[in-house]
Ligand binder design. Sequence first.
Ligand code: CP
Ligand code: NVA
Length: 306
Amino acid sequence: MKKDFISIHDLTTYEFHEIMDLTKRMKKNPSKFRKVLRDKILAMIFQKPSLRTRMTFEVGMLQLGGEAVYLAPSDIQMGSREGVRDIGKNMERWVDGIMIRTFGHNIILELAESTKVPVINALTDLFHPCQALADFFTLVEKKGSSAGLKLAYVGDGNNVCHSLMLAAARAGTKMAIATPPGYEPKPEVVEWAKEDGKETGFELKITNDPVEAVDGADAVYTDVWASMGQEAEKEARGKIFLPYQVNMELFSKAKPEAYFMHCLPAHRGEEVTDEVIDSANSIVYDQAENRLHVQKVIMMLLMGKK
Ligand code: CP
Ligand code: NVA
């Protein structure tokens, strides 16, 4: 693997499947991996809030024999108190890896370029790759494989949507995305997905019609309508995205056994109704659990003995 884990586009199809296989092994037999990161330290830089990401990276490091240091947005004030490059150059003297959750994707690229230690993307405005790996691992656990499945994504063509698309390309999944006009995934990410999925059986349909996307799907995925950093747009988006709410009427267009998926946190009553997220078809807490398992594998691969 490359030094850093910044996007699923950076993984080969082989590496993507290797991560899935290793996660299965590690989840089944965690005690075998209890010391693989002994004496290693991960710095966790958060410029946005988090429950799952913070918990799973910190717990993951502890379970692998290492430790994690949490840096809240106010601690280092990246970009205002000190530039990204200087932070990277300091960090490499103390820690074995850096996890960062930030805004502009250029920030993580600059950090990775400026530091010798591995950098892991824990969400930028463009991507959320650890989330997509956990989601595809969850599908593999439930269905045996994610190849050939129809995954519908309804809502904003955002960071989560982008990473799911790139994972679907590697996995050979048929993805259908429905967004309001003007909120489609970015064309350059669509191009990367098409390139990465050329030989895997990947199919991609992008539409503005949620029913068309959900029709016959094996899983229906949604995310918040206003992501972190878009709080000022929340009200306007609330009106624009209303026809894209995953409620029972829309969800019933998918296969009867279809899964409901969400990266969480969910804004219940907005992008998803209680009835859907609390239904027997919902696997949102399995997705959250699997963040831990896939990230342990990523950290082992990047920070462990080569
Ligand atoms: N899904 C996810 O990344 O959750 P947090 O924002 O709570 O970390
Ligand atoms: N799209 C959301 C995902 C949160 C895990 C955000 O960026 O806020």
